[in-house]
Design a binder for this molecule. Structure first.
Ligand code: NDP
Length: 386
């Protein structure tokens, strides 16, 4: 039985996780929940799951949360300290980090430091703070378990493999809504078109990242931190696989490849992160392979330059992954607010990366300062490109 604190309970990953808790109550008990501003949705799940503590990130909404929940044994808290309290609860052994973006970094690091097992969906936290994050996990002694479907696939394939035998990690990408549609003029695509992912139902930010291929750019950096130690020979590559059935592939020294397949349903990797290596029955619908042709093609880095930027940040290291992430969050928010064309997203990120002469950040304060710097440069670039 896992005692779970769920950071980002009201989002897409949060809702899928709570669906699993309802279906497998003997596997997971919720002890902590958080949300940002969806106070009614948080109040509903607090009433249903009765955690020890629930936090609303926006402190102005704490009175409304208290009013909506009414008399309760749950301690209701707010703000950054509240999120941290939920992430470090003594009765919690596992934290599922499902806040979107850099906002998830501080509470997820707190969970790592407190020795919790961290099931990580919040890839941005690892991209921003990879070395610090891994050092905090090692010092705390908890396990870091990927939830991202591609990284869960690699993690599952690597069970029983020796690290020195890994030659290539091949992350699959759906390609997003515009792959295979060369007739679509990307300079004029709308918010609604970019949000309409063909296979996955996800939050808005990751949906746009999937459309630009920045999601894969973030994921190559995430994979490096999770699976490849310094000095190892293994490489990371990306193939576009529009069916989203093969979630990723590992190639070994002898030329053999291992892959993990399943329906595009995040409940598969979430359940594995919470119960693995044990499997629970019937998490996702079964797959009929005879009804599912599988295709693989190379990504188009000219049409989707964000993936090229992700590889460039990975190769350069130092401050650039953090700058890439902060500038991307700013550019995506501007696109979602109809303040920036779709094709200007990579241009904004590239401008911030090119302007960076900052030293590599080492502490959380330095990482947050660099993140603010990147967002400010990106905001300036957005203002010029409108
Ligand atoms: P959503 O946008 O659906 O949900 C985000 C969650 O984070 C919500 O609970 C939201 O609260 C909370 N949140 C947002 N801003 C803040 C903030 N400033 N402080 C505290 N909490 C905040 O995102 P997803 O569930 O789609 O994604 C979550 C993470 O998982 C991302 O890092 C994403 O890349 C990753 N991921 C998602 C996948 C998916 O299928 N959705 C697949 C693989 C990875 P509120 O609702 O109150 O705003």
């Amino acid at each position: 039985m896992r005692n779970l604190s769920l950071l980002g309970a009201t989002g897409s990953i949060g809702r899928s996780t709570l669906d699993l808790v309802r279906r497998y109550p003997e596997e997971v008990r919720v002890v902590g929940l958080t949300a940002h501003q969806q106070v009614a949705a948080l109040a509903a799940v607090v009433t249903e799951f009765r955690p020890a503590v629930a936090a609303i990130a926006d402190p102005a909404l704490l009175p409304e949360l208290m009013e909506r929940v009414g008399a309760t044994a749950t301690e209701l808290v707010a703000g950054p300290a509240g999120l941290e309290q939920v992430a470090t609860l003594p009765e919690c052994d596992t934290v599922l980090a499902a806040i979107v973006g850099g906002a998830g970094l501080a509470p997820t690091l707190a969970a790592a430091r407190a020795g919790k097992d961290v099931a990580l969906a919040n890839k941005e936290a690892l991209v921003m703070a990879g070395d610090l994050f891994l050092a905090e996990m090692a010092a705390g002694g908890g396990r870091l378990i990927p939830v991202d479907s591609e990284h869960s696939a690699v993690y599952q394939c690597l069970q029983g493999c020796r690290a020195e035998d890994v030659r290539r990690i091949i992350l699959t990408a759906s390609g997003g809504p515009f792959h295979g549609h060369p007739e679509i003029d990307l300079t004029t695509v709308t918010r609604a078109q970019a949000l309409a992912h063909p296979n996955w139902s996800m939050g808005e930010k990751i949906s746009i990242d999937s459309a630009t291929l920045m999601n894969k750019g973030l994921e190559v950096i995430e994979a490096r931190h999770l699976f490849i130690s310094d000095g190892a020979e293994a490489t990371i590559e990306v193939v576009v696989h529009p069916e989203s059935i093969v979630h990723s592939i590992v190639e070994l020294r002898d030329g053999q490849m291992l892959a993990q397949l399943g329906r595009p349903d995040m409940r598969g990797p979430i359940a594995y992160a919470l119960t693995g290596p044990r499997r629970v029955a019937g998490v996702t619908e079964r797959l009929d392979l005879t009804a599912t042709p599988l295709h693989f093609t190379a990504p188009d880095l000219d049409r989707f330059p964000c993936l090229r930027l992700g590889f460039a940040a990975l190769a350069a290291g130092g401050p650039l992954p953090c700058v890439l992430n902060g500038a991307n969050e700013t550019a995506v928010a501007a696109f979602l607010a109809n303040r920036l064309p779709f094709t200007a997203i990579p241009a904004v990120i590239e401008t911030a990366m090119a302007a960076c002469t900052c030293p590599p950040p080492a502490t959380l304060d330095e990482i947050l300062a660099l993140d603010s710097w990147a967002r400010a440069r990106a905001s300036e670039a957005v203002a010029k490109m409108r």
